[in-house]
Design a protein around this ligand. Structure first.
Ligand code: HEM
Ligand code: PLO
Length: 481
């Protein structure tokens, strides 16, 4: 839309009332819902000031695409916050680290290491299928014993073992104390980190309770011990000739930088210090566990609410795969309804409803609005995915919206759909996550039908907002079909 007035400031929320409304609404409405609601009064793109920090909130896909794609590099910065600094040793990771040569280099190493698993004997597909098999046998045992199961720890272990293979060439058995410790610290981190993306901008309000920061520090220190242990083990039996996993790939890059330049200083300057390696692998491990597990839990939640969707996926599985063999990645093309269901889960409950905040690296603009260097930009994916102009009944769970009229092929019905973000900061794990979601769900639904145990009510569809949007805990019945 062309403006008759040229560049202008975006509509601005009154500062003091905002603090007031944030304070009073905080417990009632999560920020992505609050920000969606404020559009009514201020328009789809508006700004607000928190302390001295300018923040722009984008609720519409054209502006979102401009920020992420067209001007992706300009908006590729990340803010520094108290909690992410604790988690990442002052931004020495990929996700919360600012735009830099180091950041680019680490993305490249990770990308290469993930591609390495595409083919070869330890291919990602084989690793995922082995975990799916083990997950199904736990479900069979529970069904035989007649117990309703909280699927969360089982799904988490399956997903963790996939990323563990890729990062550390290791895996966990049920009840492994290191795994139990990981579950604990990771939940502690999810509950406390980046909750402050808004809040720690005005620390003087002390909206961020000290107890949370304390818990975060405790959890991070436990995580760091685990990462350090893996690092020391890998360093001890590292060889230039075999690359077992991501950590080996990172160590190799560090070795080669050290050989080319004898001074330790140079590995510092390209960002291959021990801290950087640990934080990168910590990011991938953390993202690898928490995101995919969360989506699987949402998928199970919605499948329980919509047994007809579950039945249709099972019919599709029965006719395209049958019961004589297990689903494999090459079946993806022939199971469009399952794929559509996965897309719909990612739409209706985006893992990261506000992405991670972006920062303008120079003076620029969004649409007709001027944006000054240093401004934080929050892309409200929740608004994009629930935009009434783009989606019919956005609150309704309907996989069919991702299929063409005769239900035979997949479509993306609106450009207001970005579950993995886009552009220079696009998710690094998109391909991996999609493989996992497809294989785990197809294996589960080939063998079991999910429902609430009798006497229990349906699980809540309301998410708990944090660095990822998590569903509440619930139990399921999973009798074999
Ligand atoms: C970033 C979504 C799984 C690694 C992101 C972002 C989103 C996202 C929305 C933020 C983009 C932005 O700030 O603009 C998802 C979803 C997943 C998923 C929906 C699962 C279904 C994974 C997995 C990994 C991963 C499995 C690890 C292999 C990352 C990393 C970043 C990221 C490293 C930071 C990228 C950067 O800042 O440069 N993801 N993700 N993600 N994701 Fe994922
Ligand atoms: C999850 C808890 C882990 O213990 C640490 C961790 C590392 C990377 C984070 C991840 C957490 C949450 C999801 C994040 C990911 C990086 C990219 C991903 C934020 C905090 C998303 C969805 O953007």
């Amino acid at each position: 839309r062309l403006s008759m007035h040229g560049p202008q400031e975006p509509p601005h929320l009154p500062t003091l009332p905002l603090i007031g409304s944030l304070m009073s609404l905080r417990s009632l409405q999560p920020p992505h819902v609050l920000f969606k609601g404020l559009q009514g009064k201020y328009g789809q793109t508006y700004s607000l000031k928190m302390g001295s920090q300018s923040v722009i909130v984008v609720n519409q896909h054209r502006h979102a695409r401009e920020v992420l794609l067209k001007k992706g590099k300009t908006f590729a910065g990340r803010p520094r916050t108290v909690t992410t600094d604790v988690l990442t040793r002052d931004g020495k990771d990929i996700a919360f680290g600012d735009y830099s040569a180091t950041w680019r280099f680490h993305r490249k190493i990770v990308h290469g290491a993930l591609c390495m698993f595409g083919e070869g004997s330890a291919s990602i597909e084989k690793i995922i299928c082995a975990e799916a098999q083990s997950l199904c046998s736990v479900l069979y045992e529970a069904a035989a014993a007649g117990i309703a199961l909280d699927l969360s720890p089982e799904l988490t272990r399956a997903v963790t073992n996939v990323i563990c293979s890729l990062c550390f060439n290791s895996s966990y058995h049920r009840g492994d104390p290191e795994f139990e410790a990981m579950l604990d610290y990771s939940q502690g981190i999810v509950d406390t980190v980046a909750k402050d993306s808004l809040v720690d901008i005005f620390p003087w309000l002390q909206m961020f309770p000290n107890a949370d920061l304390c818990l975060l520090k405790q959890c991070v220190s436990i995580r760091d011990k685990l990462l350090q242990k893996k690092y020391d083990e890998h360093k001890a039996d590292y060889s230039d000739h075999v690359q077992r996993d991501l950590l080996d790939a990172l160590l190799r890059a560090k070795r080669s930088a050290e050989n080319n330049n004898t001074a330790e200083v140079s590995t510092q300057s390209v960002g291959l210090s021990e801290d950087h390696l640990l934080m990168t692998v910590g990011d991938i491990f953390g993202a690898g566990v928490e995101t995919t597990t969360t989506v699987l839990k949402w998928a199970v939640t919605f499948l329980i609410h919509h047994p007809q969707v579950q039945r249709r996926i099972q019919e599709e599985l029965d006719s395209k795969v049958g019961s004589g063999r297990s689903p494999q990645l090459s079946d993806r093309g022939s199971l469009p309804y399952l794929e559509a269901t996965i897309r719909e889960v990612l739409r209706i409950r985006p893992v990261a409803p506000l992405l991670i905040p972006h920062v303008a690296l120079s003076d620029t603009s969004i649409g007709d609005f001027t944006v000054r260097k240093g401004t934080r930009v929050i892309i409200n994916l929740w608004s994009l995915h629930h935009d009434e102009k783009e989606w019919k009944n956005p609150e309704l769970f309907d996989p069919g919206r991702f299929l063409n009229n005769d239900g035979t092929s997949l479509i993306i019905p609106s450009s207001s759909y970005l579950p993995f973000g886009a552009g220079v900061r696009v998710c690094l794990g998109e391909a991996l996550a999609k493989m996992e979601l497809f294989l785990f769900l197809s294996w589960i639904l080939q063998h079991f039908t999910l429902s609430v145990p009798s006497g229990h009510s349906l699980p809540s569809l309301e998410g708990k907002f944090g660095v990822v949007l998590q569903p509440a805990k619930f139990k399921v019945n999973a009798p074999p079909r």
